[in-house]
Ligand binder design. Structure first.
Ligand SMILES: NC(=O)c1ccc[n+]([C@@H]2O[C@H](COP(=O)([O-])OP(=O)(O)OC[C@H]3O[C@@H](n4cnc5c(N)ncnc54)[C@H](OP(=O)(O)O)[C@@H]3O)[C@@H](O)[C@H]2O)c1
Length: 246
């Protein structure tokens, strides 16, 4: 039997990268997926490939619409993955629009998803909630300022969830990857050539590597809660040290 058969799973940011891979993997484990993101055309194409999946156009920055879009679902598993970075400017020159985008998506967006889904899971007495943190939530690097602050906040939210929802039957996991080759750097840097250079000369993680870790965590027996998963590419020693071949 598939390990997640009969479970309903929400993946935010399922239109690309880690979210898309996680949706595919959870579906392969038997879950039915609600695929959420802004680019609904991509979600619809993915939903066609995954049995029972549905596409949900959602901007996690809009807390009211997150609440109303998710209220009718009874999720067994939530992966709060939608997130982004904007630029690598030093802290004294980061544009205010970039702060807002990162804080609204990575912190307030995660909170909106928690508020829309956790009360129901608590009422049903079971479920898994996985947050996509980052090694940027553990180490700050030059130019990472606000993005790192948002991922430190995600880590604090993970810890808060464990404390505030202790004994409710819900398992919480934070998954904190190093460099994963996705659309992340293109979104951050605004051009493909610069994004390609980020991953040149070493083997970055793939989104499937991260999906694999998430699938492991949520398929443990009910009394086992894999809390924190930190995954590095073998050639990445820290957020500032990557051993490249060229
Ligand atoms: N790539 C890395 O090196 C890395 C490392 C550590 C952690 N992470 C974290 O992993 C998560 C996924 O990143 P990724 O690498 O897979 O990046 P990606 O390929 O750029 O995917 C990001 C996903 O987030 C969605 N998203 C962004 N803003 C959104 C919004 N306002 N509302 C709904 N969905 C939104 C995007 O969908 P739409 O644009 O269609 O809305 C997309 O599906 C993020 O939280 C990121 O911080 C990434």
């Amino acid at each position: 039997m598939q390990k997640l058969s009969g479970q309903l799973a929400l993946v935010t940011g399922a239109s690309a990268g880690i979210g898309e891979s996680t949706a595919r993997r959870l579906s392969a484990e038997g879950a039915r997926l609600v695929l959420a993101a802004r680019r609904v055309d991509r979600l619809r194409a993915l939903a066609k490939e995954l049995p029972g999946a549905e596409a949900l156009e959602l901007d996690v920055r809009d807390a009211a619409s997150v609440g109303s879009a998710l209220e009718s679902f009874e999720f067994d598993l939530v992966v709060a993955n939608a997130g982004l970075a904007r630029g690598t400017d030093p802290i004294h020159s980061v544009e205010e629009s970039a702060w807002n985008d990162m804080i609204d998506t990575n912190v307030k967006g995660v909170l909106a998803v928690i508020r829309a889904t956790l009360p129901g899971m608590i009422a049903r007495g079971r479920g898994d909630m996985v947050l996509l943190g980052s090694v940027a939530g553990r180490q700050v690097y030059p130019g990472g300022n606000v993005y790192c602050a948002t991922k430190h906040a995600v880590r604090a939210l993970y810890e808060a969830l464990r404390l505030d929802a202790a004994g409710t039957g819900i398992r919480f996991t934070t998954v904190d990857p190093g460099m994963v080759e996705t659309e992340f750097s293109r979104v951050r840097l605004g051009d493909q050539e610069r994004a390609d250079a980020v991953y040149r000369g070493f083997e970055a993680l793939t989104p499937d590597d991260v999906a694999d870790a998430i699938a492991f965590a949520v398929t443990r027996p009910p009394h086992v809660n894999i809390g924190e998963i930190v995954i590095w590419p073998s050639d990445q020693a820290s957020t500032t040290i990557v051993k490249r071949s060229e």
